[in-house]
Design a binder for this molecule. Sequence first.
Ligand code: CA
Length: 266
Amino acid sequence: MFVIVCRYRLCLLSLWLVVALVISSCSQPRPASQPITIYTYEIVNTYPHDRNAFTQGLAFDNGFLYEGTGQYGNSSLRKVDLATGDVLQMRRLSSDYFGEGITIYDDTIVQLTWESHMGFLYDKNSFNLLRQFSYPTEGWGITYDGERLIMSDGTSLLHFLNPETLETTGYIEVSDNNKPVSRLNELEYVSGKVYANVWRTDRIAIIEPQDGRVTGWIDLSGLLRTQDYSGHVDVLNGIAYDAQTDRLFVTGKLWPFLFEIKLATE
Ligand SMILES: [Ca+2]
């Protein structure tokens, strides 16, 4: 009788282990590797860009470029003529702030700062300050998907913010075949995906905002000719998309040019 009870308990234990393993494997599925498209580029147009603009944010709205620049004492918000590169309007930031990413929603421009945990909202037309807000992380890039602000902080995380309350509503971790992709910098929302250039590389990650999965990479190697670089800081940093005409613009910190590009596959 004792043997039968033990066997019965052993059977129950085995059954429980099997069920636990099945539940465990179901609740923590490891996503299979997904095909990732590698894009190169074609240059459609080349425009002049202010060599003194330490580009940290770029956006396009209603025919004009808007640019946020960085460095303490040299940070600004600018409205720029695409064809000539002329600065049409500029607001300087206090030298206490290192300007970072910008984006536009409705008639409001949002500008982040790097390590001050402070962001600014301006009237798009007058550049008058409307309000400021704080966030706990560093501020790197920001974009808008039509409903949410999406913000990078130099890590592999993208934070979602309610544009009215400016409170964080969630975040995703960006990964390339299950490996986190860190140093996400300037952002742009393009046709349902988030484009993010990766600091100190010539690459832009194409990110699925539902789950943070990288679905493609844009390799911009060689876009700026070697002789047009001035030093080690002038890396790719600046993506803007004109949804009305389906034009994609990229530039970099202190780059003498801004490029309209089209994606290509080899
Ligand atoms: Ca942008």
